[in-house]
Design a protein around this ligand. Sequence first.
Ligand SMILES: NC(=O)c1ccc[n+]([C@@H]2O[C@H](COP(=O)([O-])OP(=O)(O)OC[C@H]3O[C@@H](n4cnc5c(N)ncnc54)[C@H](OP(=O)(O)O)[C@@H]3O)[C@@H](O)[C@H]2O)c1
Length: 284
Amino acid sequence: MGAAGATGGATLRSLAAMGAPTRALTRDPDRLAATLDSGTRPLVDPTYADAADPRSLREALREARQLFLTMANGPHQVEHELRTIDIAGECGVEHVVKISAPAAEPRSPVAVSRGHHRTEEHLLASGMAATVLRPYAFMQKLLLQAPGIAAAGVMHGAMERARCNYVDVRDIGDIAADVLTRPELAGGTYELTGGRAYSHPEVAELIGELLGRPVRYVDLAPDELRAHLMTRAGMPEWLATHVVEIQRLAVLRKEEPDPTITRLTGRVPRTLPAFLEEHLPLFR
Ligand SMILES: NC(=O)c1ccc[n+]([C@@H]2O[C@H](COP(=O)([O-])OP(=O)(O)OC[C@H]3O[C@@H](n4cnc5c(N)ncnc54)[C@H](OP(=O)(O)O)[C@@H]3O)[C@@H](O)[C@H]2O)c1
């Protein structure tokens, strides 16, 4: 599921690197097929599925044994994930790997995480084997700060000096692919973080060092950041509210690296300095 998106795309590429054939679900199979390289194409079957359309899900999940379930955030996310889980069960899927989020609890301060909690509970009650991946903030989302840094040398947030457990989406894809291909890993709940947590002032300093010019972090009040994201970045209100809630979660609950990625794979997670260096042209 979500094979054209961030976590689904990373999982698809990790599975392809292992030589594992995958049915890649999307609402636009032609667009997905056009993104595949010649090594990946023979292993991937781009297939139409819309979680709003039960018939397409039944067709797409036919004879599947395992499902990787990820879904873009949005007002219908929980409804779409619950429906997908129900239809996967009807189709005989044996194991579901679900992308969840930190603080997936009934009274979580993050609304999206309350939704993930509902979906996790539904999945655990489904009778299928269930593996839950709870990644922290994706390093890739820091690229949203690139235009502001390139234009004005400024990065905005509402996280004060709290540190955030950034994780590279490619590590999430590697873990998902491992869990889908190594039966001994199935059935757990895994917190996924990078090897070190960074505050916003530290991220600004890192980018400044790489660019060779100062980058300033401006900490805004939560309401100011929400307004900034809606007016400057054009985010809908629910998404701006989500970004603010995630940043305030890091202030409310200290984030510390979790060793799960190393424990499962035997290697250290990708680092934030390496990620920023790789994407430096975007910040220039
Ligand atoms: N961003 C973070 O830092 C972060 C941190 C922790 C957890 N998470 C969680 O990670 C998940 C998002 O993962 P992501 O970044 O991989 O998502 P994404 O790239 O935003 O979207 C994933 C895919 O969802 C699919 N989708 C949307 N509506 C659909 C529908 N009606 N039917 C079928 N597919 C649909 C889209 O596929 P098509 O358009 O191809 O159909 C899209 O490519 C969220 O649940 C979020 O809470 C995010």
